[in-house]
Design a protein around this ligand. Structure first.
Ligand code: ATR
Length: 278
């Protein structure tokens, strides 16, 4: 049997933790498989996807900035990925390339773990309206969340997200940052999907938490640093915090499941990520 090769298509990819956790999971599963990060320049996305077929790679992850661009070159795209408008996982099924998106569901699974109770009637505030927000909003709506509030610097982008939520029978409204800050006590869950606070700009925060109600879950998709300024402030004010490691690990685990049909050890993946992030 030939060694199965999996890849990450992104630019840059040098700091990615995906090779580490997937290679470890392949070893643990006793699979003859390797995962390699490929730095693909934006003008070479098409050639790279054709390369998956030519080289018979078994599957790929796709990361920034190629999650939208790869979609044009795949044979089939799963419904959730279509709704999100981005693909982060490709399965090579005998030469047919099928695109999935595990980011949103990965996030929702990490939130459910933290919450320990159903999400449906929770009052949720989403900060940001970019690609990451689209994954989260789509997955929350597909999960049956009844109502969402979105705040974003650029209002038009928030409005586009409202349409996605509404098409999935979730009520949604967009509000200003000022309004979100003054109504903060009303939310059960607050989710930062922007890059504000990400390394190296670790002294920035997307929202003031002055009016945070104790017990509120404050969640950040960022995992570098593991504890953003937003999460530190939330903890000081009695909030429950959820960092981005869980989402990262869950999206990887769900990709692994698409490729192999097996469930990797998520706890072990988490430990590897936390260990190497320090
Ligand atoms: P991603 O794929 O990580 O979501 P993106 O699609 O570029 O990246 O979206 C970035 C999000 O972070 C957007 O919501 C963006 O706000 P705008 O829609 O107004 O651009 C938000 N964002 C990034 N930097 C920001 C900043 N300095 N202040 C406010 N919002 C910011």
């Amino acid at each position: 049997m030939m060694t199965k090769v999996f890849g990450l298509l992104g630019h840059p990819v040098g700091h990615s933790k995906s090779p580490l956790i997937h290679n470890d999971a392949f070893s643990s599963a006793g699979m003859d498989a390797r995962y390699h990060a490929f730095d693909v320049k934006p003008e070479q996305v098409k050639a790279a996807v054709e390369g998956i077929r030519a080289l018979q790679l078994a599957g790929c992850n796709v990361t920034v900035p190629h999650k939208i661009a790869v979609m044009d070159f795949l044979d089939e795209i799963d419904d959730e990925a279509k709704q999100i408008g981005a693909v982060n996982t490709i399965v090579n099924q005998g030469g047919r390339l099928i695109g999935y998106n595990t980011d949103g569901r990965g996030y929702v699974e990490s939130l459910l773990e933290e919450l320990g109770e159903p999400l449906a009637d929770k009052n949720i505030l989403v900060i940001g309206a970019g690609g990451a927000a689209r994954g989260v909003v789509t997955a929350l709506a597909r999960h049956g969340v009844a109502r969402l509030t979105i705040t974003n610097r650029t209002l038009e982008k928030a409005n586009a997200l409202l349409d996605i939520a509404k098409s999935l029978n979730t009520e949604a409204e967009a509000i200003s940052r000022d309004d979100a800050e003054s109504k903060l006590g009303e939310y059960d869950v607050i989710i930062n999907t922007t890059s504000i606070g990400m390394s190296p700009n670790t002294d920035e925060s997307p929202l003031s938490l002055k009016k945070l109600a104790p017990g509120t879950i404050v969640s950040d998709l960022i995992y570098n640093p593991i504890e953003t300024k937003l999460l530190k402030e939330a903890a000081q004010r009695g909030g429950r915090t959820l960092n981005g490691v869980g989402m990262f690990v869950n999206q990887a685990a769900l990709s692994f499941e698409h490729w192999t049909g097996m469930k990797p050890n998520r706890q072990r993946m988490k430990e590897l990520v936390v260990e190497t992030l320090g």
